[in-house]
Design a protein around this ligand. Sequence first.
Ligand code: GUN
Length: 292
Amino acid sequence: MSNVIDGRAVAEKVYVDLRGEIATLKSKEITPGLAVVLVGDDPASRAYVRSKDKMSRELGLYSVKLELPAATTQNELLARVEELNRNPHIHGILVQSPPPKHIDEAAIVRALDPRKDVDGFHPLNVAKLALGDPSAVVPCTPLGVQRMLIESKIDIAGAHVVILGRSMIVGKPLALLLMQKTKGGDATVTVVHSRSRNLEAITRSADILIAAIGRAGFVKAEHVREGAVVIDVGINRVDDPANERGYRLIGDVAFDEVAAKAAAITPVPGGVGPMTIAMLMANTVKAARQSL
Ligand code: GUN
């Protein structure tokens, strides 16, 4: 049985550091401010937005939660983003993804002040990450995965990291982050996806396998080498009448069979999820610090 990496415990360590930094900023009359914008009423998105707002408040940040109706137009949303760009009390802005179909998400991301783009999705931040510019705002989930590996004393440098999934939120930025010439980088990174040939042979050659494809239980024992480290980024809702909420959350990894082979593994829930929120808070504090 493998070592189960406790994402909540690692997130707590991040919060200890952040509380100190927030106190320092407050002594300089700066309270880091985060605005989280939700358009529509997707239940999973509502739950995420609620957790982000709650954690901001717990840390003593200035938190604004904007919940806009599903019928909000592109221009109305752009106007709200502009207001937040101009608001000096707000250092970070996050527009929860995915928005309703009629919204052009890429255009909304381009409208964000890149200094306030705490998701790291703006083209300027994507370019800075690719260039290795330390002022880049890096997407929260990749940062959380990297921090978890570092805190768990898992060697990244020289390791073969295989990432399943090529999304702009996780796969692509994570590949860039782990191959950087810095602490927490220097990995040999392979990205595989739905069109990859010989997928199983590639995932079996991973020292660290990171699943981010959004398919419940996709990664099975046969995808994993004995002794590999497995990080599960997936958060899939599956119907479960026995559960009082009517669903339960499962990851992209078939946990029990993979845990029997892996040296270390992250659970769902309680793995990468808490780290993503912690890194959002860290990005907001970084944006406030960089505003000085
Ligand atoms: N939806 C799922 N993950 C994320 C994220 O990291 N940021 C935003 N804005 N939306 C998301």
